[in-house]
Design a protein around this ligand. Structure first.
Ligand code: 13P
Ligand code: SF4
Length: 307
C-alpha cells in the first residue's frame, strides 16, 4: 500500500467518524470485515456478540458492517432504530439455501420436533422457527430444548458439530458455508508438517472431517480468546482470513497461518469505507422488514438471548 492509499483511508475514516457522531450512529463490524473497516468499528464481534450489542445501544442509527442477515437481526430487535447495511449486496450464500416454505415442510416431516435456526437465515425463516442459535451457543440452545429430536437449519456442518455434544437426535438441513468447506484435513496435515507444534483452530461451519483434526473449535470471538490464552506459537486458522488482522495485532509474538488460501468470504469483503460514507450520508440501504415477520422472527431471537 502506498502513502497516498494510507492517507486516503485515513481521510475516509475521519469522514465516517464525523458522520457517526453527527447522526448519533454506531458502527458495528463482524470479525471478518476489511481491516480499514475493523479499525473504525465502535464494536467488533461474532454474530452473538453483535446481536447482543445491537440490542443494547442508545444510538439512533446502527451501521452494520457484516452481511445482510446480521443487519436484519439488528433491525428485528430494534424497530425504533434505523439499521443500515452499507453494501446492499453483502449477503450470505448459506442463507439462500433454505426458505420459510422449506422449513414448514421440514417440520411436517418431523411433527413436534423444534426447529433451531442458525442466525445465518432470513427473517422469514426465523419467523417460522422456534429458536435461533449462533456458532457460539448452538450446543447450549439444542440441549435446552425438550424432546428427543431437534431440527437444525440450514447448516449441516453446524448440525453435525452439535451432534457430538448432545444425546438428542439432530436432523440437519443440507446447507453449508462455501468458504469454510474449502479447508480439508489434507491442508492441515501439510501445514502441521511445515509448522511442527502448530495448533489448528476450526469454526463449527467446517466439515466433520476437518473438525476431526481440529485442536480447538469455536465461534470467531472464541478463537480470539483461545489464541490469546494459548502458549503455542503457531496457529493454523480455519476461518475467514479477516479474523487474522486483530489476532496479529493482539499477539505480535505469535504466528497465524490460514488453513486454506481460498478461505475468504467475498460477501464479508464487499463493504468498503466508500459504502459506509455513501449509505450513511444519503441514508441509503436501510433494512426494512414487514411487522408481521419481524415480530415472529423476534421471538426466535429472544428465545436464544434468554438463554
Ligand atoms: P461467528 O458467529 O462465529 O462470528 O460466525 C459468523 C459466520 O458467518 C461464520 O461464517
Ligand atoms: Fe456466510 Fe460463510 Fe460468509 Fe459466514 S463465511 S457469511 S457463513 S458465506
Amino acid at each position: 500500500m502506498n502513502t497516498y492509499d494510507k492517507n486516503d483511508i485515513k481521510t475516509k475514516q475521519e469522514i465516517i467518524k464525523d458522520l457517526l457522531k453527527k447522526k448519533n450512529a454506531i458502527l458495528l463490524a463482524h470479525n471478518y470485515q476489511r481491516e480499514e473497516v475493523q479499525d473504525i468499528a465502535d464494536f467488533q464481534g461474532d454474530s452473538l456478540e453483535l446481536s447482543i450489542k445491537a440490542n443494547k445501544t442508545d444510538a439512533d442509527i446502527i451501521v452494520f458492517c457484516g452481511v445482510r442477515f446480521m443487519a436484519e437481526n439488528a433491525a428485528i430487535m430494534n424497530p425504533d432504530k434505523i439499521v443500515i447495511l452499507p453494501n446492499e449486496n453483502a449477503g450470505c450464500p448459506m442463507v439462500g439455501m433454505i426458505t420459510a416454505k422449506d422449513i414448514i415442510n421440514f417440520k411436517n416431516d418431523y411433527p413436534g420436533a423444534p426447529v433451531v435456526a442458525y442466525v445465518n437465515t432470513s427473517a422469514e425463516c426465523k419467523a417460522v422457527s422456534d429458536i435461533c442459535c449462533t456458532s457460539a451457543n448452538a450446543v447450549k440452545v439444542v440441549n435446552s430444548l425438550p424432546g428427543k429430536r431437534v431440527l437444525m437449519v440450514p447448516d449441516k456442518n453446524l448440525g453435525s458439530y452439535v451432534q457430538r455434544f448432545t444425546d438428542k437426535e439432530v436432523t440437519s438441513w443440507p446447507g453449508y458455508c462455501p468458504p469454510h468447506k474449502r479447508t480439508t484435513p489434507e491442508d492441515i496435515k501439510t501445514l502441521k508438517e511445515k509448522y511442527p507444534g502448530a495448533v489448528f483452530v476450526a469454526h463449527p461451519e467446517s466439515t466433520p472431517e476437518t473438525i476431526d483434526v481440529a485442536d480447538h473449535v469455536s465461534s470467531t470471538s472464541g478463537m480470539y480468546k483461545f489464541v490469546r490464552e494459548s502458549n503455542a506459537k503457531y496457529f493454523i486458522i480455519g476461518t475467514e482470513q479477516g479474523i487474522m488482522y486483530k489476532m496479529k495485532k493482539e499477539n505480535p509474538d505469535k504466528v497465524f497461518i490460514s488453513s486454506n488460501k481460498g478461505l475468504i468470504c467475498p460477501n464479508m469483503k464487499r463493504t468498503h469505507l466508500e459504502d459506509v460514507i455513501a449509505s450513511l450520508s444519503n441514508m441509503k440501504n436501510i433494512i426494512r422488514i414487514s411487522e408481521d415477520i419481524r415480530l415472529r422472527a423476534r421471538k426466535s431471537i429472544e428465545n436464544m438471548l434468554a438463554l
